[in-house]
Design a binder for this molecule. Sequence first.
Ligand code: SAM
Length: 192
Amino acid sequence: MDRKEQIIEYFNSLDRSLFMDINKDLADVDTALPIGYGQTVSQPSLVLEMTLLLDLREDSKVLEIGTGSGYQTAFLSKFSKTVFTIERIRELYDKTKIRLENMGFDNVYFKHEDGTMGWKKFAPFDRIMVTAAARFIPPSLLEQLAPNGIMVIPVGGSNYQELLVVKKDSEGKVSTECKGYVKFVPLIGKYE
Ligand code: SAM
């Protein structure tokens, strides 16, 4: 089985209701759902698409902005070496940290903060996943992306965003490609 097939197999086996306080029948529907505090988890098919776009490797060090329910984090954890995930809402941070630790995701480090500044102490990151809508690519995240790194980030206004794949080559040259249109809750932060 290649990596893409492994990710799809994991996707098909993972029960989304374990990450939310709802029943399995509803969690199985391919739709965005509320996770409390005015936030949502994306539809599973979009989580799968974004995971595949990130092109995770076994030795990847990943930064995730917007831990939310931890559903996306589970994919990052399963298919990379280490995950550093940041959530700005204290209640979601607390709840999801306990949940994922109890589920045995032991390569994930959690932080309660504004993720637009990245996590300098552990930079650079091979992969960066942003799961909230940015008005522009936060410069700190671009700076903390390693050479040959990939970032997936929705960028745009409040109605819809372009789903961007941002690549940094070995010499630091950055290119972006739009992979479609999405609608995320806003990335709220400093963006320096
Ligand atoms: N990936 C999450 C999941 O699987 O449940 C869904 C994320 S939800 C669409 C977006 C999340 O980003 C929310 O939990 C929100 O609080 C968080 N967020 C928004 N701005 C943020 C910021 N500056 N730093 C960290 N988290 C942020």
